[in-house]
Write a protein that binds this ligand. Sequence first.
Ligand code: NAP
Length: 433
Amino acid sequence: MTSKPIGVAVLGLGNVGSEVVRILTENAEDFEARIGAPLEIRGIAVRRIDGDRGVPAELLTDDPAELVGRDDVDIVVEVLGGIDIPRKLVLSALEKGKSVITANKALLAEYTGELADAAEKSRADLYFEAAVAGAIPVVRPLMQSLAGDRVNKVAGIVNGTTNFILSAMDETGADYAETLAEAGRLGYAEADPTADVEGYDAASKAAILASIAFHTRVTAGDVYREGISKITSDDLETAKSLDCTIKLLAICERIVTAKGKERISARVYPALVPLEHPLASVNGAFNAVVVEAEAAGRLMFYGQGAGGAPTASAVLGDLVMAARNKFYGGRGPLESKYAKLKVAPMGDILTRYYVSMQVADKPGVLATVAAEFSKRDVSISTVRQQGSGDGARLVVVTHLAADSALSETVASLEQLDVVVHVASVLRLEGTTV
Ligand code: NAP
């Protein structure tokens, strides 16, 4: 005898939603066998219902709120995008006790607290594997597989657009604007690429990762953020000469402050990464996340961080979990926020800097520049001069120092007569010296 079907509402039929519907439809029997009951799509919400959308026309609706409220909908899959509209829809579903699967990192990075509270109250599931790094399982491993361990650091490449651009600049020597235009032509960058290239997308994902890894609510506003739009082909050239490449990293870590307080840091910026580091070889639109846990050691997750089918894979994994819970009873893990750790300001974080500056062709330049570093107790690891005469460039790489001391040093260098201008400042990650 067939069990009572579980009703699913799919909100959105774009890149992700259309793949969710296709895979659900094509593999319906497998889904039923894995869950114990068949899944039935009750409706699909879109903005425009005219024309052939490749799904049965009777399933389409332009009224997502009505669909979410239907009695025969047990689980809501939110793949719309945006924040305000999905927030209302997801809240309304959770308040009615319906489980929600969402791929929406921007929504979660602002409102996880509110949504998790609503889920807790009605004992519904809220799953969001697809919101971080697309197909790559990283949310569930952090939340469940590593629930018995202590995670100290999660660092990764979580934005495919910026990784595509930086990898292409590294490979071809082309400049940023040219490579961004090429990424747009190839479909790797959106018409308005701001959220990707200025690091907002990665910051949302960092907030989600830090919240889960450190059992603390972290929002996108807590994440220090710099994008890649100022990276030049010269920076990549210099990175090569230092046996490094440049990657936009999202870094979440536990730190202990100079006063012995436990804090967390969540930050996103382009950084020099040594070629031997596992993240250096993650190229093109691929994503990777490295997790360091006390007992497990270092784990690395790698794969496709975006795209319709890969993202649908993560959404559907969550859907099977939520549907099994509906069928057998029980629910997934609740939000874990007991640690309530404070987020440290960027200035307190120990980092290494790479500073490239155009300098005057005068004697004593090196000593004057070095004095600015030593005044703030920033120790220099290497100095190299490139070129001579008016085009002379000095490249300084420091040892670890407080980010505030490093940024004050750079500000003071800009005031020196011997420095024509500071061309570029990047942090160096993946080393601890
Ligand atoms: P998309 O291609 O733009 O599709 C959005 C869909 O939602 C469209 O079908 C659109 O309808 C519908 N929609 C939007 N606003 C609506 C509203 N107010 N009422 C009814 N329908 C509405 O977006 P996507 O790329 O699939 O992304 C969806 C979500 O997944 C986003 O949160 C995104 O951040 C997340 N995500 C995407 C990827 C990826 O690779 N694309 C990866 C990870 C996570 P119409 O078709 O009628 O316009």
